[in-house]
Ligand binder design. Structure first.
Ligand code: PMP
Length: 313
């Protein structure tokens, strides 16, 4: 049972899905992607794709910005994703990577007069950062790209050179993750995560206008904090120094789930351990994404067909 991919409008073994070396997107970063987690639920022997519909809606929006066409609706994309994952047969946490890309075999920087293609594949995927111990973060010397450079609200492959520079700089400096500031010096986000702080008992996160990718996990956490903990999130500009005085801090993302931040720029966050609020929200979130909270099952799209199909909003 090899892993499968959706490629050239059909499902084929991943090992047979190949692209040419002249592919436009490979040279110029002209592709849009997304990332969807499939979370293994051991008791039900089921994989739940988390908020697949929301991820595909974002992919459609990214493609509008990059003048790309995906010839599939959000529902069709959800269905073909279920098929790829089901056929691949994994019984563990997985990650689905859909990619819409400028596929013309041609030289020349532009967006127009090029063919678009779509592919998706699935791969096993464990933890990204240490969710138990938390992450030690460093503020990057690299700045987040501005909306009028490359729009950060679109998940454009070329944009990730910015994230990669910051991530490796952080790693080489002994940190687990980078925090990027905007050109003006406000906190934007991690290299692949949104950021929240708890400051004077208020939950605060930077707004979309500070060049964040508007994360689906961010939205999930805002809803769970409100519904399950009675805490409203304030979206406002965040100063770098507020990271130093926050009681708690955490990162959110499909890969990172909810990862506590225990240190920023060699300063302990709070007492230096994982904060109480962060731990509770994390445990609620981890139940929700594995389909263990009935109230949120609409967010969980089951892959294996023994369970009745539900919509994956
Ligand atoms: N910011 C960036 C730069 C990212 O790459 C990601 C990961 N997709 C996120 C934030 C978090 O977004 P989401 O919660 O939708 O995965």
């Amino acid at each position: 049972m090899p892993p499968y991919a959706f490629f050239d409008n059909r499902i084929i073994p991943l090992s047979e899905a190949k692209i040419g070396i002249m592919t436009h997107a490979l040279h110029y970063g002209t592709a849009c992607f997304d990332g969807i987690r499939g979370n293994w639920n051991e008791e039900e022997r089921q994989i739940y794709l988390f908020r697949a519909g929301a991820h595909y809606e974002r992919l459609h929006r990214s493609c509008r910005i990059m003048k790309m066409d995906i010839p599939y609706t959000v529902d069709e994309l959800c269905r073909l994703t279920v098929e790829v994952v089901e056929k691949s047969g994994y019984q563990e946490d997985v990650y689905v990577r859909p990619l819409a890309y400028k596929s013309s075999q041609t030289i020349g920087v532009r967006l127009h007069d090029l063919e678009d293609s779509f592919l998706a594949f699935v791969t096993p995927f464990g933890p990204y950062l240490d969710m138990e111990k938390g992450a030690r973060c460093g503020v990057s010397t690299w700045r987040r790209v501005n909306d009028n450079m490359i729009p950060a609200r679109a998940k454009i492959t070329g944009l990730y050179a910015n994230s990669a520079l910051a991530k490796t700089e952080a790693w080489e400096n002994g940190f687990d993750e980078a925090i990027l500031l905007t050109q003006e010096g406000h906190v934007s986000e991690g290299s692949g995560e949104n950021i929240f702080i708890l400051l004077q008992d208020k939950l605060i996160t930077p707004p979309p206008s500070d060049n964040i990718l508007v994360g689906i996990t961010r939205d999930t956490i805002i809803q769970l904090a409100r519904e399950e903990m009675g805490v409203e999130t304030i979206e406002r500009q965040v100063d770098r120094s507020e990271l130093y005085i926050a009681e708690e801090c955490f990162l959110t993302g499909t890969a990172a789930h909810l990862t506590p931040v225990v240190e920023v720029d060699h300063r302990k966050v709070g007492s230096g351990g994982v904060g109480e609020f962060t731990r509770e929200l994390q445990s609620i979130y981890l139940e929700v994404v594995r389909g263990k909270r009935a109230k949120y099952l609409d967010w969980c799209l089951p892959v294996y067909s023994t369970v009745a199909q539900r919509a994956g909003g």
